[in-house]
Design a protein around this ligand. Structure first.
Ligand SMILES: Nc1ncnc2c1ncn2[C@@H]1O[C@H](COP(=O)(O)OP(=O)(O)OP(=O)(O)O)[C@@H](O)[C@H]1O
Length: 515
């Protein structure tokens, strides 16, 4: 009998108050592409960290090709051929692509010495195997996120990866870049590399993987060949309840109220030009576009986080000279940034302090005391955790201890607490599980129903068409279309985002629909 490439048996890992891995056993064969799914906090990261030597399980064992291994550190796991490519880019930007590819264990040597020429040749070969044309002599910092991720995969190959763990690799990639990434994964599988692909995007799990493993509350609750698992079964396994539609269509705004936000000819040279957008009370306004279209930069500029070169922002009909996020807050504007961990949280502080960070004056003691009431801050945080279904529901827990997706929900809680009138949400559902995503869509609608204006930036056309009352499409720094709700569909969004006409348009739309 041939032993499986990687096997874990009865893995267990406890953290204060949480069993992150509860008797987890899975088997992975060479050439498998395993989709690892689960709600935020289900235990996926803990499992991949155990498999890559970053976390030591309390019990259970890991075997490779039948032999028990002790992954006391990531380096030891790497020597056994288990390599993780994390979501954050860990390339050294001012080294060349070839140098980054060699950073793992794979520098090419000649007569025992490092040889730049050989290293370039080797990197070029690995990149070609992955179908990439990137020049190994280029500085890595100049590459797109997608290209940099492929460089990280090439580095793993240089280190002779037999098991490659990709942690949400498609986050912040455009549809075309995701296609290329999938090709890369298929090539790896053909070369008998086993790939563990962590993703919240169920469409790509269905499209790409051979086997799907679902975790819930630290346990494996589904493990089957991907074609044997229907979408409804997958959603049910993830959420633990009967499947809802992937994007339950929220009801449209009754009728938009007064204008809360307007930009006129807003320009930041080289990034976006002459942008005119409007959002009314009661509306969820979409900004669709491909990664790099200028949407994040636009939101940051409206919020005062980046300077503008010309143009005007009006809040509730009055010219607003917003020069800093503090100024934006005074104008009741909130921005949920794309990079939430970096920009939105104090990781070592407990949840309650983070949630009230942008709303301290509201928690003042009744009476004369000038400082905030901890009791009121804690109560507010508790309500937000429950509203956003964050687990564990413990407001004293340092934010650092929460899973990535739950940390995102805590930032959302902070801005909800700030009681803004205008919410700028930049890819708020990235990294958020399927159940929480639907909850988040409903939450945006509730905000609009309470008279707020919501600006919703997303690269997922499905959720834009399901949720938005009106949608602007941004391409290469310009607003190229404004679509009413009835015209906001996959084919229109695809055509405007890619700038397609005629035959090209029909072919690409067909491809998007097939996917
Ligand atoms: N270092 C830590 N200290 C304390 N608790 C932790 C730590 N790491 C993880 N946990 C807890 O273990 C549980 C599983 O977390 P894990 O990060 O594995 O989830 P996940 O499935 O990867 O979620 P996400 O999709 O949000 O990234 C969570 O309840 C989390 O709060």
């Amino acid at each position: 009998m041939i032993n499986p490439l990687l096997e874990c048996v009865g893995l267990r890992k406890a953290y204060p108050g949480v069993l992150a891995l509860d008797d987890v056993s899975i088997t992975i064969e060479a050439g498998d592409v395993v989709g690892l799914c689960g709600r935020n906090g289900a235990g996926k990261s803990t499992l991949i960290r155990a498999l890559s030597g970053a976390v030591q399980p309390d019990a259970g064992s890991i075997r490779m090709s039948g032999g028990e291994v002790d992954f006391a550190s990531p380096l030891i796991a790497q020597r056994h051929g288990v390599v993780t490519v994390h979501q954050e880019l860990i390339n050294v930007p001012n080294l060349t692509v070839a140098e980054n590819v060699g950073l793992g264990l794979g520098y090419e040597r000649r007569h025992g010495l490092f040889s730049l020429a050989r290293q370039r040749g080797h990197a070029a070969k690995l990149l070609r195997q992955l179908g990439s044309e990137v020049d190994p002599g280029r500085l890595t910092g100049e590459l797109s996120v997608a290209e940099q991720r492929v460089v990280m995969i090439a580095r793993a190959l240089a280190a002779n990866a037999q098991v490659l763990i990709l942690d949400e690799p498609s986050a912040s990639l455009s549809a075309a870049e995701i296609d290329h990434l999938h090709l890369v994964v298929k090539r790896l599988a053909e070369r008998k590399v086993a790939v563990i692909y962590v993703s919240h995007r169920l469409d790509e799990v269905a499209r790409l993987t051979t086997r799907t493993v679902v975790m819930r509350d630290g346990r494996v609750v589904a493990n089957s060949l991907t074609p044997d698992l229907s979408h409804a079964q997958l959603v049910e396994a993830i959420t633990g309840r009967s499947a809802a539609a992937p994007h339950p269509v929220t009801l449209p705004a009754a009728s938009p109220g007064r204008e809360l936000l307007r930009t006129a000819n807003l320009t930041r040279h080289g990034v976006f030009e002459d942008v005119d957008v409007v959002a009314h009370s009661g509306e969820v306004v979409g900004i669709a576009g491909l990664v790099g279209a200028g949407r994040t930069e636009l939101a940051r500029a409206i919020f005062g986080a980046d300077a503008i070169d010309s143009g005007t922002v009006y809040v509730a009909g009055t010219r607003a000279k917003i020069r800093s996020p503090r100024g934006a807050l005074k104008r009741h504007l909130a921005l949920l940034p794309e990079d939430r961990r970096g920009q939105g949280l104090v990781l070592d502080d407990p949840v309650w302090k983070n949630v009230s960070l942008a709303s301290l004056p509201r928690h003042r003691h009744v009476g004369a005391l000038p400082w905030p009431s901890k009791k009121s801050e804690r109560a507010a945080a508790k309500a937000r955790l429950s509203e956003l279904a964050v687990t564990p529901r413990d407001v004293e827990r340092p934010v650092r201890w929460f899973s990535g997706g739950n940390q995102q929900k805590i930032v959302i809680g902070k801005w909800l607490e700030a009681e803004a009138d205008i919410y700028l949400f930049d890819e708020p559902t990235h990294g958020i599980d399927v159940g929480a995503k639907a909850e988040f869509h409903t939450l945006m609608r509730r905000l609009a129903d309470r008279g707020k204006a919501v600006v919703f930036i997303s690269s997922e056309f499905g959720e834009i068409s399901a949720v938005c009352d009106r949608t602007y499409v941004m391409r290469e720094g310009h607003i190229v279309a404004e679509l009413a709700r009835r015209d906001t569909n996959l084919s229109n969004l695809t055509a405007h985002c890619y700038g397609l006409h005629g035959k090209d348009r029909a072919a690409t739309i067909q491809k998007e629909i097939v996917q």
